[in-house]
Write a protein that binds this ligand. Structure first.
Ligand code: VTB
Length: 322
C-alpha cells in the first residue's frame, strides 16, 4: 500500500464526522448515520485506490451506499479491502453522548476478515501485554498478567467494558478482584483502541460487541502494537452457515489478531464526532469554521499521527446540513 493513502483516508473520516456532528443531540440516529455515510462515500470517490468494501453498512439489498462488495476509489492505485463504520455510535450522536467517531480501516486486498453482522467476544490489550492474554483465561488471571506487564498494582488496573446486562457477571468478578471498571454506553472500537494509548489510562478491554467493529479495532491495534483475540457468536443456523461460507471451518474458533487482519500492513483512521476517550469531537467554532480531531496510523511503520484540522464550511457546502 502507498503511504499517501493514510492521509487520503483521514480526509474521508473527517468528512463523515463533519457531516454527522451536525446531527448531534437531535434524537435522530438514522439521519446522523445517513449524513456520515453519504459524506464518506462521496469523499472515497476522490481517493486513488481500487477499493472493495468488505465491512460496511450491510449487504447490497440493505444498504444503498458503502454496502459489502461496493467498489470505491478512482480505480488506480493499490488494490485494497476497506472496512468502514461511518458513524461508530449512531445512538451516541442522537443522544449527544460522548465517544462517537467516524472510522475506516484499509488493508491489502484479501487481508481483512469479512466479519458478518453478528456478535463477537473480544479481548484487547496494549503493547505491554501483547501475546500474553487469552480470551479463554479466567478474567482474574488476565488482570494479574496485565498488572504485571504494565507494572501496576491490581487496584490500579482499569478494565473498560460495555455497560450491558450480558457483562454483569464479568463486571462483578473484575470488581471482586480489585481492579477498576470503566463502563461505557456504546462504541467499542474506541474502547478497544484505548488500551494501546497510554494517555487514556485504560489497560484492558473485554466483552461482547459487534463483529464488524472487532475487525476495525484489530486493524488499529495492529498499528499500535497492541493485541486482540476474538470469537464469533453465531446464534441461528443461518448465522452458523454464514461463518462457514466465510471459510471458518469452526465458527467458534479463536480468531487471533492475524486472523482478523492478515499480513503486516493496515491503515486505520478515525475522526471524533463527539468527544471521547481518544479524540475530541467536532467543534463548531463560529464563523463557518469547524475543527476536527483525528488519528491516523499505519501498521507497517507504526507511525501514529494526530491531526487537528480547521475546515471552512463555506467551501464544503455538501457537508452542511440543509
Ligand atoms: C456493539 C458495539 C458497537 O453497539 O455492536 C454495540 O460493537 C451493540 O450492542 O460499538 P447492543 O446490541 O448490546 O446494543 C456499539 O456500541 C455501537 O455501534
Amino acid at each position: 500500500m502507498e503511504r499517501e493513502l493514510a492521509l487520503e483516508i483521514v480526509r474521508v473520516t473527517e468528512a463523515a464526522a463533519l457531516a454527522s456532528a451536525q446531527w448531534m443531540g437531535r434524537g435522530l440516529k438514522n439521519e446522523a448515520d445517513q449524513a456520515a455515510t453519504s459524506a464518506m462515500r462521496a469523499m472515497f470517490d476522490s481517493v486513488n485506490m481500487k477499493g472493495t468494501v468488505v465491512i460496511g453498512e450491510g449487504e447490497l439489498d440493505e444498504a444503498p451506499m458503502l454496502y459489502i462488495g461496493e467498489k470505491l476509489g478512482i480505480g488506480n492505485g493499490p488494490d485494497v479491502d476497506i472496512a468502514v463504520d461511518p458513524l461508530e455510535g449512531t445512538s451516541i450522536v442522537a443522544k449527544g453522548h460522548p465517544n462517537a467517531m467516524a472510522v475506516v480501516a484499509v488493508a491489502d486486498r484479501g487481508t481483512l476478515l469479512h466479519a458478518p453482522d453478528m456478535y463477537m467476544e473480544k479481548i484487547a490489550v496494549g503493547p505491554e501485554a501483547a501475546g500474553l492474554v487469552r480470551l479463554d483465561d479466567p478474567i482474574e488471571k488476565t488482570i494479574d498478567i496485565v498488572a504485571k506487564m504494565t507494572n501496576k498494582r491490581v487496584n490500579d488496573v482499569t478494565v473498560i467494558i460495555q455497560e450491558r446486562e450480558r457483562h454483569q457477571e464479568l463486571i462483578e468478578r473484575i470488581r471482586a478482584k480489585g481492579a477498576r471498571v470503566k463502563l461505557f454506553g456504546d462504541g467499542d472500537v474506541g474502547a478497544a483502541i484505548a488500551t494501546a494509548l497510554p494517555h487514556t489510562g485504560v489497560d484492558l478491554f473485554i466483552g461482547t460487541g459487534g463483529a464488524p467493529e472487532g475487525v476495525i479495532s484489530a486493524a488499529a491495534l495492529k498499528c499500535l502494537g497492541g493485541d486482540m483475540q476474538a470469537r464469533l457468536v453465531p446464534y441461528t443456523d443461518e448465522e452458523f452457515e454464514r461463518c462457514k461460507k466465510m471459510g471458518l471451518e469452526d465458527p467458534r474458533q479463536i480468531l487471533y489478531l492475524d486472523d482478523l487482519v492478515r499480513g503486516d500492513d493496515a491503515i486505520f483512521a478515525a475522526t471524533g464526532v463527539s468527544s471521547g476517550e481518544l479524540l475530541e469531537g467536532v467543534r463548531f467554532l463560529g464563523g463557518d469554521v469547524a475543527q476536527t480531531d483525528s488519528i491516523v496510523m499505519r501498521a507497517k511503520t507504526k507511525t501514529v499521527r494526530y491531526i487537528k484540522a480547521h475546515h471552512h464550511l463555506e467551501h464544503k457546502p455538501h457537508l452542511v446540513m440543509e
